[in-house]
Ligand binder design. Structure first.
Ligand SMILES: [Zn+2]
Ligand SMILES: [Zn+2]
Length: 328
């Protein structure tokens, strides 16, 4: 297989090498072997999980895996991304706790690190400072970057994360630190062991571990990583901007958007208006994260009307003028 580039014949192996690009600054930081082995192990057991699912096809366990997948992805979309990184809305302690617990079950590393890296992605898109710049190829933006050590990060990257005065804000900070200091054990306990225990209710403990745990983690990883790869390489750019971000093209029929609960639906717009909790804004945009937040907003407003204390029961905390207050 060959292709022509600038009138020159390019052999297959050169094509492969251009596909696998690792920037110099990553080599300087070094390979993160702990992450490499962890990902290799999760993928290997995930393949066994796919075999188990295809041979035994345990309906309840597969439904459990789908439910855990979407709940965890909603925690990434509405929690780690819109709430913690972009402060697009304000939420009660209960909402923070739920999103952190389900985020922990995604085993995607410390929340603090993820937020700081994503802030840099927005600040320096497509440059050397962008941790997952698509300028180094699809595979780098998708998952190779995960296999290398992170650049030096500091609290200044996301100062709002560890800043709080009220008791509720201090409890939220404690939760963020709790997950960030033990991301891997918490991920195994909540993302693998708990689904196994739930599936043991119908006698399928190992199915729960392999399908709702490991296989679901593999799917979750790639559906998260596609935002940095696919959403920066394929699709229209109706909001323009000076970066490579793209909305999901119509010919993918909303599939990447559904599998990322809305992240892919309007990634080009998201780079332009990152403080908006809506990522896909069109009537036909598939953005389940936005739908959940609209539903939660309606729910908390109903509770407010009924006189329930919004900080405890509601999902939002509103200032006296009715606008959502921002935690910072
Ligand atoms: Zn992006
Ligand atoms: Zn973002």
């Amino acid at each position: 297989m060959v292709r022509f580039s600038a009138g020159k014949l390019v052999p297959f192996w050169e094509d492969v090498m251009s596909f696998i690009q690792i920037p110099d600054h990553a080599w300087k930081l070094g390979v993160d072997w702990k992450v490499v082995w962890l990902l290799a192990g999760v993928h290997a057991v995930g393949v066994v999980g796919a075999w188990y699912a295809s041979v035994f096809a345990p309906t309840y366990t597969i439904l459990l895996a789908i439910a855990v997948f979407f709940l965890c992805h909603l925690a990434i979309r509405t929690g780690a991304h819109s709430l913690y990184t972009h402060r697009a809305y304000s939420a009660s302690f209960l909402w923070h706790a739920l999103t952190i617990v389900f985020f922990a079950a995604t085993m995607q590393g410390p929340l603090l690190t993820g937020v700081m890296l994503h802030v840099r992605h927005h600040q320096y898109p497509d440059t050397e400072k962008d941790p997952y710049s698509p300028m180094h190829g699809w595979l780098w933006a998708h998952m190779l970057w995960v296999c290398f050590k992170n650049p030096q990060l500091s609290a200044r990257d996301a100062p709002w994360l560890l800043r709080g005065k009220t008791p509720a804000e201090k409890r939220i900070i404690a939760l963020v630190k709790w997950q960030s200091e033990r991301a891997i054990p918490a991920g195994f306990a909540l993302g693998v062991l708990v689904p196994g225990l739930v599936a043991s209710l119908w006698g399928d403990f190992w199915g729960g571990i392999m399908i709702a745990g490991f296989l679901r983690l593999v799917c979750q990883y790639h559906c998260t990583w596609q935002i940095n790869s696919l959403s920066h390489i394929v699709g229209p750019r109706p909001f323009g901007g000076k970066n490579s971000s793209r909305d999901s093209p119509w010919w993918l029929f909303g599939i990447p958007s559904l599998l990322s609960v809305g992240e892919a639906s309007g990634h080009n717009r998201h780079h332009r208006y990152s403080r908006d909790f809506r990522i896909g804004v069109g009537y036909t945009s598939v953005d389940p994260g936005k739908w959940l937040l609209y539903a939660a907003w309606g729910f908390s407003q109903i509770l407010r009307r009924l006189g329930a204390p919004p900080l405890v029961w509601g999902l939002y905390r509103f200032d006296d003028d009715g606008s959502p207050s921002v935690l910072q």
